[in-house]
Design a protein around this ligand. Structure first.
Ligand code: GUN
Ligand code: ZN
Length: 469
């Protein structure tokens, strides 16, 4: 964590503090979290040093340390979004098709523009500002096949001091020429980006074969070689999202017993390998993913929007398969992890499965940190963890304030927040102890990003200012 010390803020924040350290479904609700009604979090150099009752911590606090008082709002770890597409901010809500047609009709033409730095810089700036407006402090992102798109992504994340994971997609068939690389180019360009960005301050590179239908066996072979060279890196791809896609994979890889077997063959199934969707898996496939410590990523708004199907969370749990939950912008329709959890609840309800408030907020924070293998540094508000926080106003709208009159427990408060919430509930977002978004545009509070941590640029303060830059 020493990599962020020079970039982080030093301050204290007073709020209702909520942090999960275990899955409520496994440990039980009480043993899963810490909740402090009047809490104080002391951050030094971007890392949490102390968390406790405000009345206990305040007397020992150096009076020179600024205190941001966010009472009565909730402070939680910043949300983590383990699957989205940086170049799809202008694809969201494209009408009326299922996956394969949606890709060729809207997504591939849009992604073809991203070799242009003006296009990819603007998208990266928009994306990060929008994530922060929604309280998301870490995302795992697909860029396009153009190395430029990953450059833009990493440069903007670095400028804001965010912990972000991303990679250029590798794809060498079944897409327009403007998007195709080759096995050699995909390998070389990825390696070059790894050298330039991976481990740079808070940035990590994800090896990113788009999905089996857009890579030849030669490319998957080269991807496997890269993955073997860099055994600690993330891998991200798509798996078993749509019946047409699965049938196409069966045609393209006739030797494979199922879709997952394609990725297994090339050594792409392992810890920190993130498989988007995983809707129509067989028991064999779930077992194979679980055995290797890989992660299935549930993308509810996307799965509903594209009519892809209903993720089976309980089958994943029964198989011991690690699961994350993500927006999948722009097959997904919302940047909000609150909305994503709400739609996740509905998908699970259609399967007769349950998602309660505590379990949902565990998933958005510590659960997703575990899903992406960064649970040693983000996803909790606890000493030694990086100081990425979201401050949530659980009664931000007239309808929420009226509903709140009948709320009696924290579980209820969380469930209503998830069900009715969105970016209006996000009062502020902190990254490495610096305020990087403020809903109300307040400029006097301590901990704000007075100086961008890296390089020049305008302040990412206030929703409007952050987006209009
Ligand atoms: N499978 C391969 N590429 C994509 C993509 O961009 N979005 C979704 N939802 N699925 C994919
Ligand atoms: Zn995706």
């Amino acid at each position: 964590m020493s990599d962020i010390h020079s970039a982080g803020g030093t301050l204290a924040i007073r709020a209702r503090v909520l942090s999960y350290h275990a899955h409520p479904l496994e440990a039980g609700v009480e043993a899963s979290h810490r909740y402090i009604e009047d809490g104080l979090v002391f951050v030094r150099d971007g890392v949490v040093e102390t968390v406790g009752e405000a009345t206990a911590v305040l007397p020992d606090l150096d009076p020179a340390i600024p205190v941001a008082d966010h009472r009565p709002h909730l402070l939680m770890p910043g949300f983590i979004d383990p699957h989205l597409h940086m170049p799809q901010t202008q694809v969201v809500g494209s009408y009326g098709t299922e996956l394969m047609e949606w890709l060729s009709k809207y997504t591939f033409p849009e992604e073809s523009r991203y070799g242009d730095p003006a296009v990819s810089d603007a998208a990266a700036r928009f994306l990060m500002a929008e994530l922060l407006r929604n309280g998301t402090t870490t995302a795992v992102a697909f860029c396009t096949s153009h190395p430029q798109s990953a450059e833009s992504f990493f440069a903007e994340a670095d400028r804001l001091g965010l912990r972000m994971v991303g990679g250029k997609v590798m794809m060498d068939r079944n897409a327009p020429d403007a998007l195709l690389d080759t096995p050699e180019r995909g390998y070389d360009e990825s390696k070059d980006l790894i050298r330039r960005w991976h481990g740079n301050r808070r940035l990590s590179y994800a090896i990113s074969p788009r999905f089996a239908p857009t890579s030849t066996e030669a490319q998957l072979e080269a991807t496997g070689a890269l993955a073997a060279e860099y055994s600690g890196l993330h891998i991200q791809t798509h798996l078993s999202e749509n019946h047409g896609e699965i049938a196409f994979v069966a045609e393209l890889f006739p030797w494979a017993e199922d879709y997952t077997a394609v990725y297994e063959r090339y050594g792409l199934v392992r810890r920190k390998a993130l498989f988007g969707h995983c809707i129509h898996l067989s028991e064999r496939e779930r077992g194979a993913l679980a055995d290797k410590g890989a992660t299935a990523v549930f993308c509810p708004t996307s799965n509903l929007f594209l009519g892809s199907g209903l993720f089976d969370r309980d089958a994943a749990l029964a198989a011991g398969l690690r699961t994350g939950i993500a927006t999948d912008i722009g097959g997904g329709t919302s940047y909000s992890m609150l909305t994503t959890a709400a739609e996740g609840y509905k998908v699970l309800a259609l399967r007769g499965q349950k998602l309660r408030g505590h379990a949902a907020f565990y998933m958005l924070t510590a659960g997703n940190a575990d899903a992406i293998g960064l649970n040693d540094r983000i996803g909790q508000v606890a000493p030694g963890f990086e100081a990425d926080f979201v401050i949530l106003d659980t009664a931000a709208t007239p309808a929420q304030r009226r509903r709140a009159e009948r709320i009696e427990t924290l579980e209820e408060e969380l469930f209503v927040l998830m069900t009715t919430g969105d970016e209006r509930n996000v009062v502020a977002t902190y990254a490495a102890g610096r305020k990087v978004h403020s809903r109300d545009g307040d400029r006097g509070l301590p901990g704000r990003l007075d100086q961008p941590p890296h390089g020049p640029g305008a302040l990412p303060i206030g929703g409007g200012a952050a987006q209009d830059r």
